[in-house]
Design a protein around this ligand. Structure first.
Ligand code: AMP
Ligand code: TRP
Length: 335
């Protein structure tokens, strides 16, 4: 007999800060998985612009980066018809719930956040209250939408744990209100390392431009950066301990083409690193070309982008408001 019981679709939510064009590492490690998740989950994705102002931002540049990040999310394949895409600051419930949650978050808990410790060491001249309460805003981003899963990288796990603690605390103190979400550490996410120092992760804040591929790099730049990638002196394409540079290139090539290490080793058997690096560069450029084309089209029509942002924000606000109203009522506000 056919199984007619249909499980409700699970929800997933994640956000990304508009602080510059993501790298190939962000794409293969995180963003590409967001695209794949659209088929399995009901997805909510936002540009976390309120989080970005916890460090100093130049207004015109911030505005441009918000447009760019929103356009890029669509360009990589997030479909506004399938997923809810929005800009955090356009949904006022985030700031509202954040205040309520920050009143339930302890100073000690926030002081233990490693990201706060790192960022306050890095920006010693601007250790503002927002940098400190950042995790309460992130908890609000999540809990407003009652998601089951939050796809994030390792570095955000501690904030997700705090979000779970806050949800449980609220549910116990008042009554069940929030879904307690689980971090979703991506299964197929590649770990992409620097092209210049392959023991370090690829990062957009690297001073050496040759160390990372930006999703905006053109074909020539991509190929040039791969041709300059640090390898070793054996001149043999194989995956082995100690061959960090070659291993990294093989992982990138595999993540893009779907080929296994054995297939890659066979393909480049008897060939030098030059051919291999060019092939990796070409594969990456071919993967990024359609994304870059869609990105340019979207950025060329700001009115359409704004319309998409508006629709997303309205829909998000409708969902978020239901949670916010419940929370306020339970806390004793007159609503
Ligand atoms: P970040 O730009 O470092 O805040 O990272 C945003 C997301 O991209 C996180 O989920 C990270 O796990 C992921 N990510 C960043 N850099 C890399 C990398 N080199 N390889 C794989 N994933 C990465
Ligand atoms: N703090 C996250 C980062 O820097 C971005 C973020 C903000 C986020 N709100 C979120 C991620 C909610 C997941 C869920 O990467």
């Amino acid at each position: 007999m056919e199984n007619t019981v249909c499980e409700p679709q699970k929800r997933a939510l994640s956000c990304i800060q508009p602080t510059g064009i993501p790298t190939l590492g962000n794409y293969l490690g995180a963003l590409r998985n967001w695209v794949a998740m659209q088929d399995e989950f009901e997805c909510f994705y936002a540009v976390a612009d309120l989080h970005a102002v916890t460090v100093k931002q130049e207004p015109a540049k911030l505005r441009q980066q918000i447009y760019e990040m929103f356009a890029l999310l669509i360009a990589i394949g997030l479909d506004p018809e399938k997923s809810l895409l929005f800009v955090q600051s356009q949904v006022p419930q985030h700031a509202q719930l954040s205040w309520l949650l920050s009143c339930q978050t302890q100073f000690g808990e926030l002081s233990r956040m490693t990201q706060f410790k790192d960022k306050s060491a890095k920006h010693a001249d601007n250790i503002n209250a927002g940098l400190f309460t950042y995790p309460a805003l992130m908890a609000a981003d999540i809990l407003l939408y009652q998601p089951d899963y939050v796809p994030v990288g390792e570095d955000q796990k501690q904030h997700c744990e705090l979000t779970r603690d806050l949800a449980l605390r609220f549910n116990n103190r008042y009554s069940p209100t929030f879904t307690v979400p689980e971090p979703y550490i991506m299964k197929t996410g590649a770990r992409v390392r620097s092209l210049q120092e392959p023991t370090k992760k690829m990062s957009k804040s690297d001073e050496n431009q040759n160390a990372f591929i930006s999703l905006k790099d053109d074909k020539d730049t991509i190929i040039r950066k791969f041709r300059r990638a640090v390898t070793d002196s054996d001149a043999k394409v194989c995956y082995a301990p100690g061959k960090d540079g070659v291993n990294n290139l093989m992982e990138i090539y595999s993540a893009i083409t779907g080929k296994t290490n054995e297939q890659i080793e066979a393909e480049f058997d008897g060939k030098g690193y030059g051919d291999f690096k060019t092939a990796v560069g070409e594969a990456v450029a071919a993967e990024l070309a359609p994304i870059q084309e869609r990105f340019a089209t979207l950025m060329g029509d700001k009115a359409q982008l704004e319309a998409l942002m508006k629709t997303g924000a309205e829909h998000a606000s409708y969902v978020a408001n239901k949670t916010l109203k419940k929370v306020m009522k339970k806390m004793g506000f007159v609503i």
